[in-house]
Design a protein around this ligand. Structure first.
Ligand SMILES: [Zn+2]
Length: 236
């Protein structure tokens, strides 16, 4: 009959057994130490890596902060430059005249009109003819037919006067061109007075009499031409 005891060496020495235990334990301890050392150094490595990474992260964060500071400064500068450019557009343009300047101004004369008359009837609307049989006859003018606005036409006369600039208005027209008009007064002593009662605003002012006269004549001629067209226009 087979017994389990057959497998064991009953002669096995107890001392040998304890010696083996010692060897195993020693080996176990060595392995444990080895693992411990290795893990320890790995942890140390990790710690150093972590420190380095943290330092780098701090550096990057600082750099990032500095750069964003720079960006902010640049943005502020850019904004300021843009505003300056915008303002440049609105800057007050140079006027050819200054406050207080003596100038010559062409103006339309009120109550002094020129007249163009029908050349046939001299603006009467009728012509008279002396006949043997009937004496003097009055006939409707064959040229203007005594039509309203055809017998006579008025035109404006212009003159010039010396004035002084009391105020200057600057504005832009549709083409965004700078335009000026001038508040002028007749009496130089009123330049300092805070009274705008006698201020006449005009757009055409000249530094010389001659220039002003030229303009006055130009305006008068234009007006006269229109009157002549009314009277002679249909002759063409
Ligand atoms: Zn006539």
């Amino acid at each position: 009959m087979w017994s389990v005891n057959d497998y064991f060496d009953h002669e096995f020495d107890g001392d040998v057994e304890s010696q083996a235990d010692e060897i195993v334990n020693e080996a176990k301890n060595k392995i444990t130490d080895l693992i411990y050392e290795s893990v320890k150094s790995e942890i140390e490595q990790d710690r150093q890596n972590y420190e380095r990474a943290k330092e780098r992260a701090d550096e990057l964060q600082k750099e990032c902060y500095e750069k964003s500071e720079k960006i902010n400064t640049l943005e502020i500068e850019l904004k300021r430059t843009k505003e300056e450019l915008k303002r440049k557009d609105k800057e007050i343009p140079q006027t050819p005249f200054a406050l207080g300047d003596e100038v010559w101004v062409p103006y339309r004369k009120y109550g002094d009109k020129g007249e163009i008359k029908c050349p046939t009837c001299n603006g009467e609307g009728y012509i008279t003819a002396l006949t043997d049989a009937y004496g003097t006859l009055k006939c409707v003018c064959p040229h203007c037919h005594n039509d309203w606005g055809k017998t006579k036409a008025e035109y404006d006369k212009y003159s010039i006067e010396r004035r002084y600039i009391k105020s200057i208005n600057i504005f832009t027209d549709k083409a965004k061109e700078a335009r000026f008009d001038y508040g002028t007064i007749e009496d130089k002593s009123n330049l300092e007075v805070k009274d705008y009662h006698y201020v006449n605003t005009v757009t055409h002012v000249y530094s010389t009499k001659e220039e002003a006269l030229k303009k006055a004549q130009e305006w008068e001629n234009e007006s006269k031409k229109k009157a002549e067209e009314k009277i002679f226009g249909e002759k063409k």
